[in-house]
Every structure is written in structure tokens, then in C-alpha cells.
Design a binder for this molecule. Sequence first.
Ligand SMILES: *Cc1c(COP(=O)(O)O)cnc(C)c1O
Length: 392
Amino acid sequence: MNRIYLDHAATTPVKPEVLDAMMPYFTQSFGNPSSIYQVAQINKKAIDDARETIAKHLGANTNEIFFTSGGTEADNWAIKGIVEANKNKGNHIITTKIEHHAVLHTCEYLEKQGFEVTYLDVNEEGVIDLEVLKAAIKDTTILISIMYANNEVGTIMPIKEIGAIAKERGIAFHTDAVQAIGQVRIDVKEQNIDALSLSGHKIYGPKGIGVLYIRRGLRITNLIHGGAQERGRRAGTENVPAIVGIAKAMELAYTDFEVKNERIKGLRDKLMNGILETIPYSKLNGSITNRLVNNVNIGFEFVEGESLLLLLDMNGVAASSGSACTSGSLDPSHVLLALGLPHEKAHGSLRLTLGEGTTEQEVDYVLEKLPAIVQRMRDMSPLYEEFMKNNQ
Ligand SMILES: *Cc1c(COP(=O)(O)O)cnc(C)c1O
């Protein structure tokens, strides 16, 4: 059976070019970048080059790029580091109800430490209201952290406008751009972003590597104390192969950017519209227009998401319901609930995220299989039976 992978928002395969770029740094070029002999200096140069590549694609300066162990660490550093460094100015944080757990759980932790957090509502598409954001700002607000694009429903936030509001009020603005990278063009200066998180494995790079962009002059505490790596802010011998890998992945993400994303968007629309047209009582979650090019998220009434995933898996399709982190628990997705879906509809949602390797045949296969799978599940549902009885 062919395996069809439609869970690129959870993780992506490492591209062969990325792996090729990384390989020499495991074996031949193994020196410690902090040492002064030549084999080590090659590694220092590799890190510098990687930093430059990342900086270029974000519109940042090289000395504003810091490598971390992933998106989660970058989010933790940004949020804890900014509030710790600015706590003499206030204790209030503004974020949204639909952030990734790396942000939400960090904020909940900070609440226990005495910080006050406002979790902004979103509309049914998953976008915050800028007027509500403005009204939420207090004299004590020291951080606004709002994700660039949502990992479950793919909604893109008005980042430049949020950045402008934060800048005007002198408040630090962090954005988790883990899902957005490679699908939108980012310019941290133009968009008034003070801190931005990235992850390697969501853009066909390795796992366990991420980036935090920190605007020069932003007040933020150092994350890990030790050696002088990452300008003393995040100590520890650098993961050189992974750093080279994330930079290569970033470069490739913005190579043939338009053509690649247009193709994926075309397949996404075919998949999305095909499902909505052929399966009754199905509804798109999120926005039709303001959406990542690779994201499909559809709710099916009278269907339980986890069982749907199992049946899809038996048919060779890897997908997700809610986020990968909430799969396996029975809590409905906090994102879908924030979009206003009732519990049972949040439970019956399916996320299909396409990737660069996704083919039209794969989309056709899902469109062929899914209606029968959904129908089979509905045939076992007492709720559906009752609904059909009442609607005949
Ligand atoms: C995957 C993801 C993260 C976490 O990144 P890791 O590198 O897996 O730690 C954070 N935020 C969003 C939006 C994500 O999709």
C-alpha cells in the first residue's frame, strides 16, 4: 500500500539536499567551533554562514539570529526572557486563545509566577480583532505574543498591524512563525517584529533545531548560562550539522517560492473543495482566503475525529485531528473551541496538511476514499441515525 503523508504541519521529511549539506559536519568537520585550529574554524564559518542565510530571509541582521533547540525553546526564551527583563515596567502579557502550547503553557506558567495574562478571543476564522487588542493594552503590558499562522486551521494573523500597535505603545512583540515560514514572506523590520520563533523540522530541515530572532536592543534575558556561544545568550556547544541543516532548509524554502506555493495551493483547493462538495454535513474550519497554502481543516458532523484518523491510516493516509499534541488525549482542540465550534464538532474535525512532495494522485486518492470512510462512521453513529430519522 502506498503511504500518503498529509501531516506536514506536524513535521516534514528532511530534504536530500539538506541532509547532504549536514553530513560533512558529523564526521570530517567535527571540530568544536570555539577552538582556534582550522578544522574548528571551518565550523565557525559554517555557523556564521547559516546565520547570514536565516537573517537574509527574515530581513534581519546576522547578529539578531540565535540558534535554539527548536520552536518550543524559541517560544519559551522569547516569552520568559522578555517578561523577566521588563518586569520593572509591568507584569501584563497579551496573547491569544489559539496559540501553540509552547506559548500557552509558558504563559500559564508565568501566571503562576505572578504575571497577568490576557488571552484574546478570535473570530470564527481564527483572527484577532485589532481594536480588541488595543483595548486590552494596559500601562503594565510588557509583551504581546501572537502567532503568525495557526498550526491547526492555518489562519494568518495581521502581523504588520499588530507590530505597529505594539511599537506605538512601546511594547515588545513576539510572533511564533513556525508554521508561516516558507509559505509567506517575512520581513521583521517592515512588520515591526521584535522577536520571532522558527523551527527546522517544519520546513524540511532536521528536528531539534530552531531559531529565535531577537531585534537588536530588545530587552531579554539570556537563556542558558555557560560558554560564550550565541553571544553568551544561549550557551552550549553548537549543533553544527543541525544549524547548517536549518539554514539550507530555509534557503530552499524560499527557492521557487511562488511556483511551489501556487502548486500546493492548487492541490489544497482541489482537496478542500472536493471534500466539501462530496461529503454532506461537512464544513471548513478557519478562513477560506486568509489561510496557509497547505492547510485543510474540515469538520464532519456525526463523526469522531480519532476514529476517522484510524480508518484513514488503515487506508494508508497519515493525517491529524486537532494538533499532534492534542491527538491521543480526548480534550477537543483549544483552537477549534476558540473558533466557536461546540465540543462535538471540534471532535469531528480532520486536518490535512499538504507538502512539497504531495501529488495530485494523492489528493485524488483521498477524495476517492474519504466519502465512504465518513459514511461508514456515520452509519455506526446513533446521533446520525436519529438525525436522519428526524429529517426524512
Ligand atoms: C511545531 C510548532 C512549534 C514547536 O516547534 P518544535 O521545533 O517542535 O519545538 C511551535 N509553534 C508552532 C506553531 C508549531 O507548529
